[in-house]
Design a protein around this ligand. Structure first.
Ligand code: PXP
Length: 243
């Protein structure tokens, strides 16, 4: 059976990081989002952090207005963000953990110790017709909990895999969790730390229908431009999927 076409959503936070280094207007993440779409991205992802360290509220408005493909808003499971998402209505929200002192998202969302909070956020966003995905660690028990809480999608955290891509355990955890998610009827996404070098084994997992990739594409774009960086990643995904 041939694997279904896999979507590539590009996380444009790091374009905003560069802009915020000077607190100016350039480079504009909305312009970057449009360039990614022209290059073949299936969707755009942006994380509005509570500390507003990169993406700003105005960027979210601009993305909502200009993105033609699909807008996936990453955000913490807090009232301020829920209220904002319900007002702006991105197509999808991915709920992520957030710690102020972290450099990037570390670990998946804890959906085990405070399930009622996560459940009520899912309900509130779903009621506003927003598709909700949970960014979780790749373990079958957490996947099952995501289903119990009412999410329709999960994004498997590929951070451990990306640090140890040659470990059979890290890719097996992603494969097993993706299979369990699909068995439960969840849409399965993945992301974090993926590059053209390590994306192959993840892209080849048939149940994974969407990848969210940011840092490596924006980094490559410094040298080869955004258009080629997006196409290079697309090709790496396509060839892994078809082989
Ligand atoms: N998915 C989620 C939920 C994330 O938080 C991030 C990082 O912002 C990514 C994907 C993309 O990770 P990277 O920038 O390492 O490709």
């Amino acid at each position: 059976m041939s694997a279904k076409q896999q979507r590539l959503y590009i996380n444009i936070d790091h374009v905003a990081t560069l802009r915020q280094a000077r607190r100016g207007a350039e480079p504009d993440p909305v312009e970057a989002a449009i360039a990614c779409e022209v290059a073949g991205a299936d969707g755009i992802t942006a994380h509005l952090r509570e500390d507003r360290r990169h993406i700003q509220d105005a960027d979210i408005m601009g993305l909502k207005e200009k993105v033609q493909t699909y807008f996936n808003l990453e955000m913490a499971c807090v009232a301020e963000m829920v209220e904002l998402a319900r007002r702006i209505k991105p197509e999808q929200v991915t709920l992520v953990p957030e710690r102020r002192e972290e450099i990037t998202t570390e670990g998946g969302l804890d959906i085990i110790s405070d399930p009622s909070r996560v459940k009520s956020v899912i309900e509130s966003l779903t009621e506003a017709r927003i598709r909700v995905s949970l960014f979780i660690d790749p373990t079958p028990a957490v996947v099952e909990q995501a289903k119990t809480l009412g999410a329709v999608a999960i994004e498997l955290h590929t951070g451990t895999y990306s640090h140890h891509p040659d470990s059979p355990k890290t890719i097996a955890a992603l494969r097993d969790s993706a299979r369990r998610g699909a068995e439960l009827g969840l849409a399965v996404h993945a992301g974090h730390g993926l590059t053209v070098i390590n994306v192959g084994p993840v892209a080849a997992i048939p149940e994974i229908e969407e990848l969210n990739i940011g840092h490596s594409i924006i980094s490559r774009a410094v040298f080869i431009g955004l258009d080629r960086a997006v196409k290079e990643m697309r090709e790496a995904m396509r060839s892994a999927r078809s082989s």
